[in-house]
Design a binder for this molecule. Sequence first.
Ligand SMILES: NC(=O)c1ccc[n+]([C@@H]2O[C@H](COP(=O)([O-])OP(=O)(O)OC[C@H]3O[C@@H](n4cnc5c(N)ncnc54)[C@H](O)[C@@H]3O)[C@@H](O)[C@H]2O)c1
Ligand SMILES: O=C(O)[C@H](O)COP(=O)(O)O
Length: 528
Amino acid sequence: MTFNILISDPLSEEGIKPLRDAENVSITVETKLTPEELLDCIDQYDALLVRSQTQVTKEVLEKGTRLKVVGRAGVGVDNIDLDAATEHGVIVVNAPDGNTNSAAEHTIAMLMSLARNIPQAHYAIKQHRWDRKSYVGVELKGKTFGIIGLGRIGAEVAYRAKGQRLNVIAFDPYLTEEKAEKMGIQYATLDEVLEKADFITVHTPLLKQTKHLINKEAFAKMKTGVQIINCARGGIIDEEALYDAIVQKKVAGAALDVFEEEPIKNFKLIELPEVIATPHLGASTVEAQENVAIDVSHDVINILNGGVAKNPVNLPSLPAEVMKRIEPYFNLSEKLGTFIAHTTKEVIEEVSIFYSGDLTKLDVSPLTRNTVKGLLKRYLGDHVNDVNATYFANKKGITINEQKTTSSKGFTNLLTVEVKTKSGSSRVSGTLLNGLGTRIVKVDAYSVDVVPTGHLVLVRHKDQPGAIGRVGTLLAQFDVNIATMQVGRSDIGGDAIMMLTVDRQIEEKVLKQLKEVHDIHDLMTIDL
Ligand SMILES: NC(=O)c1ccc[n+]([C@@H]2O[C@H](COP(=O)([O-])OP(=O)(O)OC[C@H]3O[C@@H](n4cnc5c(N)ncnc54)[C@H](O)[C@@H]3O)[C@@H](O)[C@H]2O)c1
Ligand SMILES: O=C(O)[C@H](O)COP(=O)(O)O
């Protein structure tokens, strides 16, 4: 099978080598598509690779019926509609580490340029003006440098700023006093940063909560003469408010790499002499572009080939070590979900997944999603996957519970799926046997030992002599070969089950006759 990959923003050719080297992919590079052209062609692709330029909208994800993955060669995913990606089962991956250094270096370059008016002086001298008076700068040494958002880039900026002998103070909801102390910087609240800093730099993502974080009210709290840097995302700073603050001489200067609208159409802010700017160049180094393209290429190939992503954005990411340990249970969890979906005739209101034995030591959330995927596939088809399974369950009003229990009924590991409907509940349990593969070991109260694969038939009947024989004879009449058979009963002459594995799918007319066999209460087929 060949996977079609569209690269719609400029990516490092060296960085996409892993994709070029992969055997089963066909790559199209089209970096000048209009939004309409992208919508027209996206249904041909299994993967889309972008930077910050391509807008991966709801419509793109709707039309991308083949899409399995969107790879963002960089950090910010604000150009990708994550909710729509999740709904459509499209996994989004990014490359969070590859451009940290470049973005931090660019921030420091902007800080130095801002403090010493380098771009303005450079422009004057290029115009043959020898002007030494207009471009008197300020020293960094001893000034207070406020960082808002102390993640990967914010922290790298902090280390470098200390080298400039700045007093670094920082606000981040996840920053503790201890951590700040360890880094040799000062922990501060947002207001303290706004009030104390001579230079303020933002390094948060653009989220609902950070949109216009630096607004009119924030500028009002700042020192007169403060200088502002934004190498994170346009929109974190309210550009209108920044314009007013500069015109009113509250803000002495601003260095901007990112803008509310990119490419910029309204140059009002940029034209102010106090503003220096670059066209979103924070990650534009040879090294960063190579790094992010390599990282995202590997993840895209892995996902297309059914593997696990290292940097998923719309799925919780687990350390490779943990993933390796739970991977063997993936097949079992999905099969149990599918099994219970086939054997439950009423609307499912709640699904509980119980993990015991070895499984209790692991982060089992991917198995829970996989079980729900197996369960919902019966109703929603193949477009349910790990990414959107929980989303669809919530949408259908199905409550999902995940529990770890100590009772493993003698098995080294045991996974039990229980569903509740209006009138009752049913359960199935399975295990992974060392060297022997997966087994269904319990259906409701009945112990069985069934390999969960192929065409299964679950018969509920009365424990009476001849019941099993009658089923076997009828199937033989229609040339249905029974590969394996397991029986379980509550007590002699009571309710019982038969679990058959047959060599082919059974036609509707045969099932109808089977249901009429004496002592048979109910019957269902399950394709696993
Ligand atoms: N200019 C560029 O080319 C360029 C390059 C790389 C990254 N970026 C952007 O830089 C930003 C930071 O990237 P990163 O890799 O450091 O991300 P990160 O996730 O490592 O760090 C973001 C930090 O912001 C903090 N944060 C979130 N909300 C906050 C709030 N309301 N107040 C204070 N802090 C808050 C988070 O706790 C986190 O520590 C992102 O917007 C990214 O898109 C820009
Ligand atoms: O979020 C990022 O990684 C940066 O903003 C880089 O964006 P770019 O890939 O468009 O340069």
